[in-house]
Write a protein that binds this ligand. Structure first.
Ligand code: ATP
Length: 220
């Protein structure tokens, strides 16, 4: 079994994410892609939008695609959302599966700031897609790490390779969506229909106040 995991703050999930997940799924013949909501990211600023909203939007975007599923394991776990812990959990559930952690190049370049990052390849392959317009320097440590694990393809191993895919991606970011909505413009074309309706109904991203009040269950 080949399983994709695609982590993100998804604030909000946009068509760039959906396209990346589906394109990698097709290119690598993945059985499915789990979209893992980073509830409390350990390596970047905390998102302003409550988990409950980001989670609902992620579910709406995934509902339209039978091979994508929204994954709440990082919401359920306490503390920071570390990819390594999520991968440990998936490895326990799929001892023989090929696990593929999908990420954009911008995210890959921040890898050395991730908790226990050098061990990620013990649990999964890293699949890196380009992001239009993104060019940044690579850390020395990451460069030598990449040289050790770089591969042309997944092969048959369960984990351990870094594979770069040159599939065209969409030039969309969540920052762009938030800015458009905040400035009163429509971001409809950048989002799944259900996500756009959800943002509109819940008045997300309009006000300057953060949408981060805890919900009834406290799963913020
Ligand atoms: P923000 O603008 O808030 O930083 P984002 O659009 O980069 O958000 P994230 O949730 O931070 O979205 O990203 C989750 C993952 O998706 C990361 O690995 C990121 O590189 C990747 N990603 C985001 N947008 C795209 C895109 N348009 N094409 C391919 N990958 C993307």
């Amino acid at each position: 079994m080949r399983i994709g995991l695609y982590g993100g703050t998804f604030d909000p999930v946009h068509l760039g994410h959906v396209h990346a997940a589906l394109a990698v799924q097709e290119a690598l013949q993945l059985d499915r892609v789990h979209m893992v909501l980073s509830a409390r990211p350990g390596h970047r600023e905390q998102p302003n939008t409550a988990n409950v909203h980001r989670w609902e939007m992620l579910k709406l975007a995934c509902d339209e695609h039978p091979t994508l599923s929204a994954d709440d394991s990082e919401i359920q776990r306490l503390g920071f959302s570390y990819a390594i812990d999520t991968l440990r959990q998936f490895r326990a559930n799929y001892p023989q599966g090929q696990l593929c952690w999908i990420m954009g190049m911008d995210s890959y370049l921040t890898l050395p700031t991730w908790h226990d990052w050098q061990r990620l390849v013990d649990f999964a392959h890293l699949i890196v897609v380009q992001r239009p317009g993104q060019q940044a320097a690579m850390d020395r440590e990451l460069e030598s790490f990449q040289q050790r694990f770089y591969a042309d393809s997944l092969g048959t191993s369960r984990a351990g390779n870094i594979v770069f895919l040159s599939i065209p991606m969409l030039d969309i970011s969540a920052t762009q969506v938030r800015c458009l909505v905040q400035s009163g413009s429509s971001a409809k074309a950048l989002l799944a229909d259900g996500v756009w309706t959800y943002i509109d109904r819940n008045n997300l991203y309009h006000a300057s106040l953060p949408h981060s009040l805890p919900n009834k269950e406290g799963i913020i």
